[in-house]
Design a protein around this ligand. Sequence first.
Ligand SMILES: Nc1ncnc2c1ncn2[C@@H]1O[C@H](COP(=O)(O)OP(=O)(O)OP(=O)(O)O)[C@@H](O)[C@H]1O
Length: 255
Amino acid sequence: MKNILELNHVKKEYSADGLKTLAVNDVSFSVPEGSFIGVMGASGSGKSTLLNLISTIDRTTSGRIILDGTDLSQIHPNQMAQFRREHLGFIFQDYNLLDTLTLRENIALALTIKELPRAEITKITLETAARLEIEDILDKFPCQVSGGQRQRCACARAVAASPRLILADEPTGALDSHSARNLMETLVMLNREFGATILMVTHDAFSASYCKTILFMKDGKIVHSLAHQKQDQWGYFMEILNTTAKVMGDSGYVS
Ligand SMILES: Nc1ncnc2c1ncn2[C@@H]1O[C@H](COP(=O)(O)OP(=O)(O)OP(=O)(O)O)[C@@H](O)[C@H]1O
């Protein structure tokens, strides 16, 4: 199966006040088309740095990141924003919807950027909203709907333009447990039915139990990976908790 994303010996070093921090330390992994990968790790283990490198917001100190066949270090800074819009979809903890636009306009915006014909934008927006069960609230503004509905709109926006990779950063972080469960089921649906390839950072073992594979980060390195095989979701969840405790040390604290 084709790899959508490949990381080869990626390092990211920060220098601040004469102090150097190797936030990402020799990370290599690949993300095949159709995968749903979770990244877990303690606070400061390098998850956000890793996501920033993949999302082209930050640049590697060394190593290569290949996204859909393109080496990110070879993209001219002026082309970066367009490359990001064409290849990536984002789902953030705080939704990142535009408050002055309706849900319909928020979803359509991702398509407008792709310069699709107006009729096509209307059709895809409606179809995507229907799949995410928000078609009845499309004319509301983000402040007029629930957190769960806002996050489903963010999912619709992320998937509408058929990006090669969806990056989700703590997507359930601001949701109650019922909405979090709904959102994870939605992400599974995007992965299974839309064929979306998803890479998600999460601190939450239950959210991670919806992923097909989980990478555990510690001190900037991927130290363990866990695949969802034959066990039921509860068994997988328990395995994630046990692995977390083992990998992260006694505290088992993941954030
Ligand atoms: N801009 C920066 N300048 C200097 N050091 C940084 C910078 N950003 C992150 N770091 C350091 O790099 C390391 C990894 O940080 P990062 O934010 O990637 O971790 P994280 O796993 O996402 O943590 P959290 O779960 O708390 O968000 C930490 O030691 C952090 O202090």
